[in-house]
Design a protein around this ligand. Structure first.
Ligand code: COA
Length: 188
C-alpha cells in the first residue's frame, strides 16, 4: 500500500534528490552558486531542505512511500506575494521569477523515483496539495512546468491546471530544457 506522510529532517537527502529531478537543472544552477568547498550539489540541496522556517524546507514536503521506501515527494508552500524582479536579477533565474503567481499554494517540486512513475503517485500527491490548499482557504495551486517535459504537462492539464503565462528558458550548461517555461494554475 502506498502511504503519505509529512517529511522529517531525515528525508532531506531524498527530498534534494527528488527536487533535483523535478527542477530541470534550475536547482543545480542555484546549488552550484551556494556550494561550499567539498560539497556536492546534492549536499547543498540536502543542507537547504534540512532548514526550518524557510520556503525551501522539509517542513513543506510530503513523502509518498511503500514498505518503508520513499517513492516520491511534493514540495509546496503558500505564496502570498510575488517577488519584486529588478534589472540586475540573475538572467538565468529571471524567467522563473516572472512566472510566480500569488496568492496561492505554490508547488515548487513534485517527483517520483523512476521505478515509481506511472502508478498514480504523482496524481495522489497533487490531490493532497489540492486538499491542503482548500483547507487553508488558498484560491489556487500554481507550478512552473517545462513545455518540453510533455508528460508532466499532460498530467497537470488532466488535473485541471491551465497554462496562464510563458517565458523563454535562458540557456545554461546546467539547464536541461530549452523552449518555454510555463506558469500553470489550477483554481480552487
Ligand atoms: C511527473 C511525475 C511527478 C508524475 O508522477 P507519476 O506518479 O509518474 O504520475 P501518475 O502515475 O500519477 O500519472 C501518470 C502521468 O504522469 C505523466 N508522466 C510524466 N512523466 C512520466 C514518466 N516518466 N512516467 C510516467 N508518467 C509520467 C504522464 O502524463 C502520465 O500520464 P499518461 O499515463 O497519460 O502518460 C513523475 O513522472 C516524475 O517524477 N517525473 C520526473 C520529474 C518531473 O518531471 N517532475 C515534474 C517537474 S514540473
Amino acid at each position: 500500500m502506498i502511504t503519505f506522510r509529512p517529511a522529517t529532517v531525515e528525508d532531506s537527502p531524498a527530498i534534494a534528490e527528488l527536487y533535483q529531478m523535478a527542477a530541470g537543472g534550475v536547482a543545480d544552477y542555484v546549488w552550484s552558486m551556494l556550494a561550499e568547498p567539498g560539497e556536492t550539489l546534492l549536499d547543498v540541496g540536502a543542507r537547504r531542505f534540512a532548514r526550518e522556517g524557510e520556503d525551501f524546507s522539509y517542513q513543506h514536503c510530503t513523502m509518498a512511500e511503500q514498505d518503508g521506501a520513499v517513492l516520491g515527494m511534493v514540495h509546496a508552500y503558500p505564496m502570498f506575494e510575488i517577488m519584486d524582479v529588478d534589472d540586475d536579477m540573475d538572467p538565468v533565474l529571471r524567467p522563473y521569477c516572472d512566472l510566480e503567481s500569488a496568492p496561492g499554494l505554490y508547488i515548487a517540486g513534485i517527483a517520483c523515483y523512476p521505478v515509481a512513475r506511472g502508478k498514480g503517485v504523482g496524481t495522489q500527491l497533487l490531490e493532497l496539495v489540492r486538499q491542503r490548499a482548500r483547507r487553508d482557504n488558498l484560491p489556487e495551486l500554481s507550478l512552473i512546468a517545462f513545455e518540453q517535459n510533455t508528460g508532466s504537462v499532460r498530467l497537470y492539464e488532466r488535473e485541471k491546471f491551465d497554462i496562464v503565462r510563458r517565458r523563454a528558458i535562458v540557456a545554461h550548461e546546467l539547464i536541461q530544457y530549452t523552449g518555454d517555461a510555463l506558469l500553470m494554475v489550477a483554481s480552487l
